[in-house]
Design a binder for this molecule. Structure first.
Ligand code: GLN
Length: 197
């Protein structure tokens, strides 16, 4: 099956690598491609939107024209995992905790609000042992991380850190505030591929 990583900016190669390993572990024969332009969206069975800088990805998503077909595919059910800044691209609402500023969402397909830079300067990056529903223990690597707040009952919280939602799922969309591609644990990528099977 064809799996894609949105390749505008950010942690692209790490996710390509994780998807390959996850597919291997599941015994799924997969081709992993980098998604940069509208024609790359056709035939995709699952998609990862990496972390990085959401404002840069926003600009490139608009300029390349890739946002529109992606939005349609996700609304039609394409299994999608957004990590950190990638979660912000999926959200219907994005704001920055430090400045209070609101951002235009790129894809606006998921009913959650991403609050950027939630953990502030003191805790710019940190690691924490999380408990993830359906997976169990998972090492969360947080880098200038947001929180992901559900705006409706159709969004399930799969993990919390200190009572704040850091992983959610709404239908075909999974979002994490942390970076699963920076650990050796492929379970979250496997969860995505399972949704595509
Ligand atoms: N704060 C960054 C943003 O919203 C996200 C950081 C990250 O993806 N590690 O763009």
């Amino acid at each position: 099956m064809k799996l894609g990583v949105l390749a505008l900016q950010g942690g692209i190669v790490e996710h390509v690598h994780m998807l390959r390993r996850a597919a291997e572990r599941l015994g799924v024969s997969a081709e992993v491609i980098e998604v940069r332009k509208p024609s790359h969206v056709e035939g995709l069975r699952a998609l990862v939107i990496p972390g990085g800088e959401s404002t840069a990805m926003y600009r490139l998503g608009k300029r390349t024209g890739v946002a529109e077909p992606l939005r349609e595919a996700i609304l039609e059910g394409l299994p999608t995992l957004g990590t950190c800044a990638g979660a912000a691209l999926l959200a219907k609402e994005v704001e920055d905790r430090q400045s209070g500023r609101k951002y235009e969402p790129l894809l606006a397909v998921a009913d959650f609000k991403v609050v950027r830079n939630y953990f502030g300067r003191q805790r710019e990056s940190f690691e924490a042992e999380l408990e993830v529903k359906g997976i169990g223990k998972f090492r969360g690597v947080f880098i200038r991380a947001p929180v992901i707040v559900p705006r409706s009952d159709s969004v399930a919280v799969l993990s919390e850190y200190k009572g704040e939602p850091v992983m959610v799922k709404q239908g075909n969309v999974i979002a994490t505030a942390f970076h699963p591609e920076l650990t050796s644990n492929t379970k979250i990528h496997e969860m995505l591929i399972e949704m595509a099977r």
